[in-house]
Ligand binder design. Structure first.
Ligand code: HEC
Length: 188
């Protein structure tokens, strides 16, 4: 009798465990994100990471990460140029992260589903413009001050936001009621 109860308990436990597993991804997929076992792991990470989500379509998320890696290259180039007092080099590298209409439009698009994100992004690009201004003045100390201020805009944004990759219907739903942010966020 007790062995039967134990056996039943075991079967129920196994069934319970199985029902909590997500179904395996189709064998045809080669994407790491949908490989068996990664969906629940991604969910666990998402619950641990309490930063606010920036909803993005997959292509936008990839584009944003490419831009980010390029921002870090720009910082690397600024530091390398400053080390040799190459102020033209500093200005050129800082120009890659400075504000432009095109940059502003992209930031507005990226932040369309995350109120507050675009403001931080535009503030970052306007702060980076001050690196260029200091380089034009050939003011080494000021370049470093403005580089420090710019890096602070990088780190504070990273502390606040995480990417949240969403599908097209979710993106439409999250952005359809978004208020226009671009003009309101202009710094100067
Ligand atoms: C307006 C917000 C914002 C600003 C400003 C910002 N970032 Fe990011 N960055 C992000 C977000 C969001 C991610 C994705 C983080 C995540 O999902 O974990 C990211 C990711 C990155 C990554 C990782 C890229 C990858 O391939 O995974 C690097 C590197 C990076 N940022 C560098 C920088 C640098 C350098 C600066 C400043 C010069 C900067 N970022 C400014 C929002 C920002």
């Amino acid at each position: 009798m007790s062995r039967a109860v134990l056996a039943l308990t075991y079967i129920l436990a196994v069934l319970g465990a199985c029902s909590r597993e997500s179904p395996p991804a189709p064998a045809t997929t080669s994407s790491a994100a949908t490989a068996p076992g990664t969906a629940s792991a991604a969910g666990a990470l998402d619950r641990m990471d309490t930063r606010a989500p920036v909803p993005l379509l997959p292509m936008m998320a990839n584009h944003q990460k490419q831009n980010m890696r390029d921002h870090l290259v720009a910082v690397q180039e600024i530091v390398a140029a400053l080390a040799t007092d190459d102020f033209a080099g500093v200005e050129q590298a800082a120009g890659r992260i400075g504000f432009s209409e095109q940059m502003g439009q992209m930031c507005t698009h990226m932040g369309a589903g995350a109120p507050g994100f675009t403001a931080q992004a535009l503030n970052f690009h306007h702060t980076a413009d001050r690196i260029s201004a200091a380089a034009r003045d050939r003011d080494r100390a000021q370049v470093l001050t403005e580089l420090g201020a710019t890096l602070q805009t990088c780190t504070s944004c990273h502390a606040a936001w995480k990417q949240q990759v969403v599908d097209e219907p979710t993106w439409q739903r999250l952005t359809s009621s978004a208020p226009p942010t671009h003009d309101a966020m202009r710094q100067d």
